[in-house]
Write a protein that binds this ligand. Structure first.
Ligand SMILES: Cc1cc2nc3c(=O)[nH]c(=O)nc-3n(C[C@H](O)[C@H](O)[C@H](O)COP(=O)(O)O)c2cc1C
Length: 209
């Protein structure tokens, strides 16, 4: 795979924490930014999507892709949906996996599995690959309160180079809607992976023009 192709590809996983709108909005923005997106969704995330977003994903990668494209109104040419045991997916091997991966939202369960290298499904394996390859792994963890175990798992992963970005939107941009809160988190994640975004202005810019 050419290096330039690698730079514009990313793995996005949605797991079963509350905050499905963050993951969907991120997927849309990454596709709009011309990223090739390897998209993974856990079984629990599908339950959360149906509960929070009234989005009932069908089973099977092709059907999931079709449903997402219709829901988001996005181009399908750069979206690759991977099954949870698709061990032949590029994301399962350091020789082919994108160097960047985002888990958004990230459940406490997936956090624990990733922290301990369980690699029992493709989401966990893909995260393990990014860690071993010293890539960029971002976990948008959502739980409250955090137990000592959650905090230890986050510390462990942070020490390994992962970025822990709890789903904790700020309010200093004076959100008027849920979309404004969602966009706050999406903007911060995009900032971290180096994608230009105009969802939320950088700190201080709106007061200094
Ligand atoms: C509607 C709903 C909301 C949930 N919210 C959270 C949450 O915010 N954080 C969390 O860690 N788990 C949450 N859970 C529980 C996880 O989905 C559950 O622990 C699951 O096993 C995680 O599996 P996964 O990491 O493979 O997606 C929620 C479950 C449901 C059905």
């Amino acid at each position: 795979m050419q290096h330039s192709q690698q730079q514009k590809s990313i793995t996005l996983a949605m797991t079963g924490a509350s905050g499905a709108p963050y993951g969907l909005a991120l997927l849309k923005k990454l596709l709009e930014a011309d990223y090739k997106v390897f998209f993974l969704v856990s079984s629990a995330a599908r339950v959360v999507l149906a509960t929070e977003h009234n989005l009932k994903l069908p089973s099977g990668p092709d059907a999931i892709k079709a449903a997402l494209v219709e829901h988001l109104g996005c181009d399908d040419s750069k979206l690759i949906v991977c099954g949870k045991e698709d061990w032949f997916s590029p994301v399962a091997s350091g020789s082919a996996a994108p160097k960047q991966m985002i888990v958004c939202p990230c459940s406490a369960g997936s956090l624990a599995s990733i922290a301990h290298g369980i690699s029992d499904n493709l989401i966990e394996r893909a995260a393990d690959v990014v860690l071993k390859e010293r890539g960029q792994l971002i976990l948008v963890v959502r739980e409250t309160p955090f137990s000592t175990l959650h905090l230890e798992n986050m510390l462990k992963l942070s020490k390994m180079g992962a970025t822990i970005m709890p789903a904790a939107p700020g309010f200093y941009h004076q959100p008027q809607s849920i979309d404004d809160l969602v966009n706050f988190m999406v903007a911060r994640v995009l900032d971290h992976i180096g994608v230009n975004q105009d969802l939320v202005q950088p700190w201080g810019y709106d007061r200094r023009q």
